[in-house]
Design a protein around this ligand. Structure first.
Ligand code: GLN
Length: 312
């Protein structure tokens, strides 16, 4: 029913089916409220887009509506830092799941300021610091990188979200001060936290996000331009870290239910990679208690079930 005679998934019907299935879930999650400006987003929204390496794309729902990328930007910041610095980055940030919430401080003290991975806030702050030593404004470098990958010059910061987060970023300041105290932050705390918050405020829609992440499905190459962003081995490694750490302390549950490397954000977006085939982006602002989009995660679970495609 969801595939043609040769077994190729019928993506249009699959997305249509998923859009209907998620409707009852849209009122169940909780919109992130610790960043005041994010609390204003209407909860009952859902969008999804699939970008296939053969250049076709499919979408449904609010796939054109821009949302706050938040932690999804950590993926692009990591790719940019990795591209610039190579394996050296692992001297300063680990690649193990933390098993703790994304904004937790507890491990940092006894692990002497080396964050567990680049996808929790502590690790993303170290990646921002690495970029801040390379670029005058690291967040602009990340924005330009995302624009290039999404092939869309209209991606931009949401200044209201950035300011709202900077004003309430007590936890991120605490994390950054702790890392600084252990000598693992080279730039001033204020500069790093404010660049990080501005980076998190970048807005994107599902179609742009699916396209932006497609180089990770394309073994490091942008599919439509053949431009090499990362070598094959580095792209594979980023996917590996995404699988184990990309959805905070729900990474095990995510691998079990969805079976794809993915990165989520508290704006309700998730980007997921099917190496060699496609990049998928979903967005729905209602979150589950781990900070992942409730309907988004369910949509991806249904996607891998209905297409019979996953990395396993
Ligand atoms: N900007 C948010 C923060 O640092 C991002 C968190 C997230 O999306 N998980 O708290």
């Amino acid at each position: 029913m969801f595939a043609n005679e040769s077994g190729t998934p019928d993506y249009a019907s699959i997305l249509h089916c998923i859009e209907e299935e998620v409707q009852p879930m849209l009122s169940q999650g909780k919109v992130a409220s610790y960043i005041p400006q994010l609390a204003k987003v209407e909860r009952e929204q859902f969008g999804m887009a699939v970008y296939l390496l053969d250049g076709r794309s499919f979408s449904c729902g609010a796939a054109h509506t821009r949302f706050s990328a938040q932690s999804v930007t950590k993926l692009f910041a990591l790719a940019l830092a990795y591209r610039r610095e190579g394996h050296e980055i692992w001297q300063r940030v680990g690649k193990e799941p933390s098993g703790n919430p994304f904004n937790s401080l507890v491990q940092l003290e006894y692990e002497r300021g080396k964050p567990r991975n680049p996808f929790i806030n502590a690790g993303a702050l170290v990646i921002t610091d690495i970029l801040a030593s390379r670029f005058v404004e690291s967040e602009i470098a990340v924005l330009q990188f995302m624009r290039q990958l999404a092939d869309s010059n209209s991606l931009d910061f949401d200044r209201a979200v950035a300011e709202s987060e900077i004003e309430t970023a007590h936890r991120n300041f605490a994390i950054a001060h702790m890392i600084k105290d252990f000598g693992n932050l080279h730039n001033p705390v204020k500069r790093v936290v404010s660049s990080y918050c501005r980076q998190c405020s970048i807005t994107v829609n599902c179609l742009e996000l699916a396209r932006a992440g497609s180089f990770l499905a394309g073994h490091g190459k942008i599919p439509w331009s053949e431009q090499v962003v990362l070598d094959q081995s580095s792209a594979k490694r980023i996917n590996a870290v995404m699988l184990t750490c990309g959805t905070y302390d729900a990474a095990g549950e995510f691998a079990y239910r969805v079976g794809l490397p993915a990165k989520s954000g508290v704006g309700g977006g998730i980007v997921a990679v099917l190496p060699g085939v496609a990049c998928v982006a979903v967005w729905s602002p209602g979150l589950d208690p781990t900070g992942n989009s409730l309907a988004g995660m369910y949509a991806l679970e249904r996607f891998t079930t209905l297409t019979k495609l996953s990395i396993f």
